[in-house]
Design a protein around this ligand. Structure first.
Ligand SMILES: C[S@@+](CC[C@H](N)C(=O)[O-])C[C@H]1O[C@@H](n2cnc3c(N)ncnc32)[C@H](O)[C@@H]1O
Length: 316
């Protein structure tokens, strides 16, 4: 069918719709068209961007500057490259809530600092290690607008959903039908639930306050599983090993897509269990083309930032 014929058919459908149903029909058609346009594009998402900005504004008001909740305990790694981090010289700056511009504003206002003084009173300054526990907005857009195909009728699970950044990203930048978050920390669960209600996202987002170890069926029933460094700063080495063994059993559904930060191999290598935990059926996807295009669109092309380089995708 050519475009003229398609448009004539569309006009005929419009004539036949009951006027009482017209608004509903048009809204649903609009969602369907948006879905087609969104699949892999870098199109205009102005309304979604504004809504995500509003969510970030309200979350910033509900959390301390560090965005670490009062009910959680950060476990500084005792092994792997991050064990070299000195907790005294490390700050938590949540990349979803504070992008570079917002972080700069906080530093200018004296509310945060990028450096520490090695000898009080001197000019001998060293940069602080900046740690984030959330996905940034460019990372979310990269995942939902560049990496994943249409998620209509699919289920996406974010293991360790924290502020809910990935859930809101999935809601706004994809047509994913079932968006599920599981988070062990009660404060973050309440915050996510409030945001979901405030923005009427209940039709597609659900959050469980649970240890993922207690509900592995959430993993095995999902089509897309996202894991952003879920365990490294939150679980002991022993528990992390248990988590990865459980994951290797659950991440097997045919056609499943798994997105991780950092790579699965790096996480297992740091734990020293790369040879023991076999996940050979998860095949890495080459993302070079998508990353290049996304860097150009989302980071202006001249960024050395590794925020997109650190995202890995696998398919069963
Ligand atoms: C690095 S954050 C990731 C946040 C979010 N996925 C994102 O990308 O913005 C990891 C989260 O996993 C949660 N977590 C750690 N172990 C967990 C477990 N066993 N079950 C559920 N959540 C867990 C932590 O409380 C933390 O909020």
């Amino acid at each position: 069918m050519d475009i003229e014929q398609a448009m004539q058919k569309f006009e005929r459908i419009l004539e036949k719709i009951d006027p009482d149903d017209m608004q509903t029909f048009l809204r649903r058609a609009q969602e369907r068209i948006k879905e087609e346009l969104q699949c892999g594009d870098g199109g205009d998402h102005h309304n979604e961007d504004v809504m995500l900005d509003n969510i970030r504004d309200s979350l910033r008001e509900s959390l301390p500057l560090s965005a670490v909740s009062r009910t959680e305990t950060i476990v500084h790694p005792s092994f792997g490259p991050n064990s070299k981090m000195d907790p005294k010289h490390t700050i938590h700056v949540d990349a979803f809530l504070y992008d570079d511009q917002k972080f700069d504003e906080l530093c200018d206002d004296g509310k945060m600092s990028r450096n520490y003084c090695t000898q009080c009173g001197s000019h001998d300054m060293k940069p602080l290690t900046v740690l984030t526990h959330s996905a940034s907005v460019p990372q979310l857009k990269y995942i939902f607008l560049h990496l994943l195909p249409s998620l209509r009728d699919k289920t996406l699970l974010d293991i360790g959903s924290r502020t809910g950044a990935v859930l809101y990203g999935a809601y706004l930048y994809s047509s994913c039908q079932n968006i599920v978050g599981v988070e062990i920390d009660s404060t973050f669960c309440k915050l996510q639930q409030k945001t979901i209600e405030d923005y009427s996202f209940e039709d597609r987002i659900k959050v469980y306050q649970q240890d993922i170890l207690d509900n592995p069926s959430l993993i095995s029933s999902s089509d897309v599983v996202f894991m952003n460094n879920v365990f490294e700063f939150f679980q002991t080495k022993e528990l992390q090993e248990r988590m990865w063994r459980a994951l290797s059993e659950a991440l097997r559904k045919p056609g499943m897509t798994v997105i991780t930060v950092p790579s699965i191999e790096e996480s297992l290598e740091n734990l020293g269990i790369l040879k023991e935990v076999n996940m050979d059926w998860l095949k890495p996807v080459d993302l070079r083309k998508e990353r290049k295009r996304a860097k150009c669109e989302l980071l202006g092309g001249n960024s050395d930032e590794d925020e997109l380089d650190n995202i890995f995708m696998y398919k069963t």
